[in-house]
Design a protein around this ligand. Structure first.
Ligand code: NAP
Length: 281
């Protein structure tokens, strides 16, 4: 039995590898990275794999039983082909089970929808590949907000266009736990799993951050157009449209899920009270 995890140099990929290491022998874990030297310290076998290079993955998935694909950060169309390179290599190598760490979001008409549609395309590609599959649809990572605390503190406020909409946030460590169970058990095979915690508003987020970091943040709503312009100016067209689109989806009620976290992980998602309490201590 060999388990391969792509994106081994990234936050989620490395988190899954660390969590897997607590449950199985290191020898059966294979991390895949486009720059293997960046992941050489994980204490597991690391193979080279650039999503743009079919041949890399044909070789990287040799002898692999279960593979978990974590998307990269490319454009919507680019990702479809990148993911196909991995799916096709899995088919060629007769991988037994294919897991995709995708992205949650109800269909809409925001600037992140092209990316979301490309994920749904990948899901279809996986389903028709003939491989045994499990598709995860991840909620919104909460860590970028937490890591932004000093910037928020300087501004004294959290500003975006989510308004009073709720979002199903999650954490990378909760996802790492859930994906580890998904890898090791076949109970969820053939299912699409929404992976997130209790949905919260931006006002609630500000309040949790205030408690955890002894801050005094308020929440201020701006229009989707104003937020899009700000994001493009700050983060460039590609990332700016993704970020503004996500908050517009939250505003539109398109980011609240019925979570399958408990079924996938075998336990409840951490509550936000507990998560922020742990951060504070
Ligand atoms: P991350 O730390 O940036 O990791 C991304 C990983 O993808 C890195 O290991 C990166 O390798 C790898 N990668 C990028 N392009 C690649 C390519 N062409 N070939 C092979 N590997 C490639 O991101 P993360 O926080 O772990 O998140 C994982 C993914 O979730 C992201 O890539 C993104 O698609 C998505 N995401 C989701 C949310 C959310 O809120 N749900 C938020 C942010 C991102 P290098 O180290 O070589 O760059």
């Amino acid at each position: 039995m060999k388990i391969a995890v792509t994106g081994a140099t990234g936050h989620l990929g490395s988190g899954i590898i660390q969590t897997l290491k607590q449950q199985v022998d290191n020898k059966i874990i294979v991390g895949i990275a486009r720059k293997p030297e960046k992941a050489s310290h994980w204490g597991v076998e690391i193979r080279k794999g650039d999503y743009n290079n079919k041949r890399d993955f044909d070789a990287a998935l040799r002898g692999i039983d279960v593979v978990l694909l974590i998307p990269g950060m490319g454009g919507a169309e680019e990702r479809i082909q990148q993911h196909r390179n991995v799916i096709n290599a899995a088919v060629k190598n007769r991988v037994r089970k294919f897991i995709f760490a995708g992205f949650f979001g109800k269909e809409g008409n925001t600037t992140v929808d092209p990316l979301l549609k490309s994920y749904r395309r990948t899901e279809k590609d996986i389903m028709k590949s003939g491989l045994e599959w499990i598709i995860g649809r991840d909620g919104l990572y909460i860590e970028p907000d937490v890591e932004y605390i000093e910037k928020y503190r300087e501004a004294g406020e959290i500003v975006n266009c989510a308004g009073s909409g709720k979002a199903s946030y999650t954490t990378r460590s909760e996802l790492a736990y859930a994906y580890t169970q998904i890898i090791l058990s076949d109970d969820q095979n053939g299912k699409i799993l929404n992976l997130g915690g209790e949905p919260i508003t931006q006002k609630q987020l500000a309040s949790y951050m205030n408690k955890a970091f002894n801050a005094n943040l308020s929440y201020r709503e701006v229009s989707p157009q104003e937020f899009l312009e700000f994001q493009i100016k700050t983060n460039g067209e590609h990332l700016g449209k993704i970020v503004a689109g996500i908050y517009t989806k939250i505003r539109n009620g398109e980011y609240v899920m019925d979570s399958d976290f408990k079924a996938a992980a075998g336990r409840e998602h951490i509550s936000w009270e507990k998560y922020f309490e742990q951060l504070a201590s």
